[in-house]
Ligand binder design. Structure first.
Ligand code: RP5
Length: 165
């Protein structure tokens, strides 16, 4: 049986306390017409469930993963160690250095198993980056991302006008 197209984003949080960032990612993906699924699976507290989810990517059509975690923040790296699907890590605030700890943990993957990293708590950028990765083979999605950028630029022009600049 052939696998379905890998056109959906898998979003995983290490704890329900990270869910706000996942919602931001899912919202921007929905705005761009990209399907996503969100799971709450800790790399430490539910490692077998995580492995089963990763093993199902082909049949589920998961083409990019957004993995969101704080504290030791191993979740993105553990997912990346089990798949060649691109993984975007989102560090979360809350540890001893309020997110700097998780940022350093995620960004410092050892060579051979990369994880792309966005800013602390920045689920929106993770969603946009995931969409850009899928847009490499989807020109309609590329057009929608371009249109969103244009709307963003128009908003900024509007802000300047409102400030009399
Ligand atoms: C990490 O520990 C999670 O990603 C979360 O950011 C942090 C705290 O988890 P909880 O104690 O809120 O479940 O694994």
């Amino acid at each position: 049986m052939s696998a379905r197209p890998a056109d959906r984003v898998g979003i995983v949080v290490g704890s329900r306390s990270d869910i706000a960032a996942a919602e931001k990612a899912a919202a921007v993906l929905a705005e761009l017409g990209v399907e996503s699924e969100t799971r709450v699976i800790s790399a430490h507290r539910a490692p077998e469930l995580l492995a089963r989810w990763v093993a199902s990517f082909d049949e589920r059509g998961v083409g990019v993963v957004i993995a969101i975690a704080g504290l030791a923040a191993h979740l993105p790296g553990v997912v990346a160690s089990q798949t060649t699907v691109p993984v975007i890590g989102v560090p979360m605030a809350g540890g001893v250095s309020d997110g700097l700890d998780a940022l350093l943990a995620i960004v410092q993957m050892p060579k051979g198993v990369p994880v792309a990293t966005v800013g602390v708590g920045n689920g929106e950028n993770a969603g946009l980056l995931a969409a850009s990765i899928l847009a490499v083979s989807d020109s309609g999605l590329r057009d929608r991302i371009t249109a969103r950028r244009a709307a963003q630029a128009a908003d900024i022009a509007g802000d300047e006008a409102n400030l009399g600049l």
